[in-house]
Ligand binder design. Structure first.
Ligand code: F6R
Length: 603
């Protein structure tokens, strides 16, 4: 998830507009940035690692120009460096592109283009685009070349292309990743979201999946995936700029919850092939995975909760022993990490001090370390032996949501890969995973009961969460979300543990959230639910779609029908929204809760 901006208009307009647009899009990615102007004498390019302010330092005396593109990056392929920053150009510096999303088959294309003599200067998937455009005659007819290149590209992406031979147009393609045209007076704009151009215009056209647009200073044309000219409605946006950065949502947390289906499909992209997981996309070779005899997971907070789910998945599917520890504990417990153990560190930011300390310890012990992180180029990614990225895009709200669910997806992929390597393939679950992004959209469309529940919950002082197995792990995450943003006291219990003490706290009207996606042991969970009800507790169940209608809970939040081992990702969504709405009803600062920071870089 990166930010892209394009401008085509009058002399001197491009540079200031693009620079300003990039500053507004910085929340979408901020590890590097760049600008390319299409001038008749060639593409002029400036880019820099780091935030947009650093880009300003290298802009120097760049001619302002009438046409150009810009990019602010959240790395997926290739570390955040000057070379990997966008825009990327062809071999002769005549075509430039910026891109958001992932080109799944980039390696194959890169090999082919290199064999034909193209010179690459970055590690990115993006750079195949300008070279493909060059190969298809983009320096003569950019639109035709884009059409031909599109037929070769696989993945979910959006890109902009400009050519020094046609400095009066920007060509844009949308395949899943968002892209908009902003309509000005004698100039037009392109951007991955409204905030980039709202200071200049409120009139916009939202491109649809498969669209190719050709934008000039005074016109735009849109073609669908069949090459037919189509009309897309022009809209008038009434958001202010801050609202536009949040995609129109009241808070980043809500935006990030809502964009989970997109984050999930980015996370799975290229990692599933038919009924199998593409092992090579998970950072280790088949031989290296086969040599793993035990796994030790270390993480903090929400990432630790994802690790608990990872343990259950890997142990159940691949029959490998997994231990999970809170990083701040592990590092001081003189831990026993046997030879053959793979140490997996999970961290959204990749900068959590305790998690990093565990990785350093494990390496000193001579153990192999493996990172699951959302942040390319983070300290964790650099210091671990191997790394896999969650591809959730930047997470701005302090409370982690989409990073957590993509961590679960990556752990599911690892469990499935290990199971297959150990001779126990689970094509049924791979198929289930494939459906998760679409099911996520269904879940999100059915969340009104959660809002109603949250309104009630907001009046309470204490809430309990109960479940068994992976549902218990989900409950731990659910209660943390509620505590951290609504400041309501919440505790998660293994449902079977209630009668060993906590049941004493249940009284008339005590709210209890029961997560029930572990369908194989549903009777066991329900018997604990009955214990709660007998003491007057009011039970709200988040329930797998296949469970019968008449189970004994007071209020039911149904998940859609899904494979039981994938329902748990879906169940995370109502738990997140419950916390979110409870905090909103209590008037709390959802995105920046008191006493907490997004990245905990100190012990
Ligand atoms: C809670 C939350 C934290 C983080 C924890 C670890 O919503 O976000 O509990 O999960 O601080 O952070 P990372 O994953 O960056 O290591």
């Amino acid at each position: 998830m990166c930010g892209i901006v394009g401008f085509v208009g009058q002399e001197a307009g491009a540079l200031p507009f693009i620079f300003d647009g990039l500053k507004r899009l910085e929340y979408r990615g901020y590890d590097s940035a760049g600008i390319a102007l299409a001038l008749p004498e060639g593409i002029v390019l400036r880019k820099s690692k780091g935030k947009i302010t650093l880009l300003q330092e290298v802009l120097g005396s760049l001619p302002p120009g009438p046409c150009g593109i810009g990019h602010t990056r959240w790395a997926t392929h290739g570390r955040p460096t000057d070379q990997n920053a966008h825009p990327h150009t062809d071999c002769h510096g005549e075509i430039a592109t910026v891109h958001n999303g992932i080109i799944e088959n980039f390696q194959e294309l890169r090999d082919e283009l290199m064999a034909d003599g193209h010179q690459f200067s970055s590690d990115t998937d993006t750079e195949v685009i300008p070279h493909l455009l060059e190969a298809y005659g983009g320096n003569q007819d950019l639109v035709l070349a884009v059409r031909r290149a599109e037929e070769r590209l696989k993945g979910a992406y959006a890109f902009l292309a400009v050519s020094s031979h046609e400095p009066d147009k920007v060509v844009a393609v949308r395949r899943t990743s968002p892209l908009l045209i902003g309509l000005g007076q004698g100039e037009n704009y392109l951007a991955s979201d409204f905030s980039a151009f709202l200071a200049a215009t409120r009139r916009a056209v939202v491109l649809e999946n498969g669209d190719l647009a050709v934008v000039t200073p005074t016109s735009y044309t849109v073609m669908d995936s069949e090459g037919h000219s189509v009309t897309r409605p022009e809209i008038e946006v009434d958001w202010d700029i801050a609202q536009a950065e949040r995609g129109g949502y009241q808070h980043f947390m809500l935006k990030e919850i809502m964009e989970q289906p997109e984050a999930w499909s980015d996370c799975l992209l290229g990692r599933l092939d038919g009924d199998r997981v593409v092992v090579e996309e998970l950072g280790l070779s088949r031989e290296e995975w086969a040599a793993v005899s035990r796994i030790q997971i270390v993480a903090a907070g929400t990432a630790y909760h994802a690790g608990l789910i990872g343990k259950a998945l890997i142990e159940r599917l691949a029959r490998i022993t997994v231990t999970v520890d809170v990083a701040s504990e592990f590092r001081y417990q003189d831990p026993l990490v046997e030879p053959g153990t793979l140490v997996i560190a999970i961290s959204q930011s990749g900068e959590t001090a305790d998690t990093l300390a565990c990785v350093r310890m494990a390496r000193e012990m001579g153990r192999k370390t493996y990172a699951i992180t959302n942040t390319v180029g983070s300290t964790l990614a650099r210091e671990s032996d191997d790394v896999v990225y969650t591809h959730a895009g930047p997470e701005i709200a302090v409370a982690s949501t989409k990073a957590y669910t993509t961590q679960i997806l990556v752990l599911s992929l690892i469990a499935l890969a290990l199971a297959e390597i150990r001779g126990m393939p689970r094509p049924d679950i791979v198929r289930g995973l494939r459906e998760v992004p679409a099911l996520g959209a269904t879940v999100l469309s059915r969340m009104d009961p959660v809002k109603a529940f949250a309104q009630k919950l907001a009046q309470n002082r204490d809430v309990f969460y109960v479940g068994r197995g992976m549902d218990w792990a989900l409950c731990m995450e659910g209660q943390l979300k509620l505590k951290e943003i609504s400041y309501i006291h919440a505790e998660a219990y293994a449902a079977g543990e209630l009668k060993h003490g906590t049941l004493a706290l249940i009284e008339e009207g005590t709210p209890v959230v029961a997560v029930i996606t572990e369908t194989a042991i549903v009777d066991k969970t329900l018997s604990n639910v009955l214990e709660v009800k007998a003491r007057g507790g009011e039970v709200w169940g988040i329930v797998a779609g296949q469970l019968p209608k008449n189970i004994p809970i007071d209020h039911r939040i149904d998940l859609p029908l899904a494979h039981p081992l994938t329902s748990l990702v879906l169940a995370a969504v109502p738990l997140q929204l419950l916390a979110y709405w409870a905090a909103v009803f209590r008037g709390e600062d959802v995105d920046q809760p008191r006493n907490l920071a997004k990245s905990v870089t100190v012990e």
